[in-house]
Design a protein around this ligand. Structure first.
Ligand code: CU
Length: 118
């Protein structure tokens, strides 16, 4: 009985250390991944387009944008979210704009900068 207990404890210890190592590896991989993203100019994808509609209440802007090579996108009309609705105060519907998009996961695209095209 004592032997069985100590074996299961050893097994548990091995499993735990295995998980700990996996977690550690995952962490360091995430970290290096983030560092890599950081060096790529904060992953801001530059684009241009035309403003169709601004929704301050929902922090969204609908844009018809040109191709965004760095995202592998062709031109299209779509909604973007913004984290800071204040950036939408400087543009209006119908305007040509230059903007930057940050991708924070599947389907999560945020406009972080937007200015009227000069
Ligand atoms: Cu698009």
């Amino acid at each position: 009985m004592k032997h069985i207990i100590s074996t299961s404890l050893l097994f548990a210890a091995l499993v735990n250390s295995g998980f700990a190592m996996a977690a550690e590896t995952g962490k360091s991989m995430d970290h290096s991944g983030m560092q890599g993203m950081g060096t790529m100019s904060a992953k801001a994808h530059k684009a241009n387009g035309v403003v169709n509609k601004i929704d301050i209440q929902h922090n969204t802007i609908n844009l018809t944008h040109g191709p965004i090579k760095s995202l592998g996108w062709s031109g299209m009309t779509m909604d973007f979210s913004v984290k800071d609705a204040a950036i939408l105060n400087h543009v209006k519907a119908g305007q040509k704009v230059d903007f930057e998009v940050v991708n924070e996961g599947p389907g999560k695209y945020f406009v972080t900068r937007i200015t009227p095209t000069k």
